[in-house]
Design a protein around this ligand. Structure first.
Ligand code: AVI
Length: 311
């Protein structure tokens, strides 16, 4: 099935459900990825900064698990790898031989990542693999040496409960005894701070969410009127769930590839979950799949967490 057809089928199925929903995976076309970069650079979206600070603080403790032996660092959804280089630097001091295998959908961003990494840390070998998680992880996991698999950016928070379980199981199955998995997660904290990160005053997150409608117009011959929908984000401090929606401002009918979808005034499309965790919850999720976690391998600072889980 072509990607376009899969997108259309997904959209029609999701918009015929009650409540209407579309997976946040579809945010990331070229335009959406560019807007996501804007989000990453805005002060309200605190996640990248906290992650970087925690990596700087803990890189040596993490690297100490790989003393004097070759290590293959595999990163899922690696992007430009700018923060990962903090860890690679420490590893290249403590380990003899470091191979970095960044995995991402976007081949161009991987090429940039490779060039920047080789330039910054000349001793590190870089092997890029472009494609989706499932295909690329099998290739990468077959490589030699002790493995350290990274899943950063609190990307886990975008998965629903079943997908989280399946994903962690898949990671576990691709590792061998003695390998490690490093997971970065955003934690429950001041609800106002979280709410603002997903509903910023510049309107960048709104633009990111509304781009989903624009993408349907571009790729699926949709006729959504962007000015007739608005971004709405909530955060529930009890469940830890930040959720984004697109709200129809009026009763309207929209056409997508010849099919009609009706909206009531105020009706929503649920477009994203960004779950925030407590560290014991994350520990439990990982242990449920068989990972072993030493209490000294759980790192936290200012409501952001890193967990180094062993197999
Ligand atoms: C990619 N992901 C971890 C982001 C998040 O925080 O859930 C996506 C995002 N959505 C709105 N702002 C950022």
């Amino acid at each position: 099935m072509s990607q376009q057809k899969a997108f259309l089928d997904h959209v029609i199925e999701g918009l015929r459900q009650k409540p209407k929903k579309i997976s946040s995976l579809y945010f990331y076309d070229t335009k959406g990825s560019r807007i996501f970069q804007e989000i990453m650079n805005m002060p309200e979206y605190y996640l990248p900064e906290l992650e970087k600070a925690l990596l700087i603080k803990e890189a040596e403790s993490i690297a100490a698990h790989f003393k004097e032996e070759p290590v293959t660092v595999i990163e899922l959804g690696a992007g430009d790898g700018s923060k990962t280089r903090i860890l690679l630097e420490s590893l290249s001091v403590s380990s003899r031989n470091v191979t970095y295998v960044p995995l991402d959908i976007d081949k161009d961003v991987l090429e940039e990542n490779k060039q920047a990494t080789v330039k910054a840390i000349p001793g590190v070998q870089v092997k890029i693999i472009a494609g989706n998680y499932f295909e690329t992880l099998s290739k990468a996991a077959g490589m030699e040496g002790k493995k350290l698999l990274l899943f950063m950016g609190s990307n886990l928070g975008n998965f629903d409960e079943n997908r989280t379980r399946d994903f962690l199981k898949m990671i576990y199955d691709h590792l061998d005894g003695g390998d490690y998995f490093l997971l970065a997660v955003d934690l429950k904290k001041d609800p106002k701070k979280i709410a603002k990160a997903y509903d910023d005053p510049h309107g960048i997150t709104a633009k990111f969410n509304l781009n989903l409608l624009a993408r349907m117009n571009r790729e699926l011959e949709g006729d959504f009127r962007l000015d007739q929908f608005e971004h709405y984000a909530t955060y529930n401090p009890l469940s830890g769930l930040a959720q984004s929606f697109l709200v129809s401002k009026k009763r309207q009918k929209v056409q997508i590839a010849g099919q009609f979808i009706e909206f009531e005034a105020g009706e929503v499309i649920h477009t994203e979950n960004s779950r925030k965790y407590a560290l014991p919850e994350i520990k439990q999720l990982l242990e449920n799949e068989g990972f072993l976690i030493n209490p000294s391998d759980i790192f936290e600072q200012e409501g952001y967490g890193l967990v180094l889980a062993g197999k």
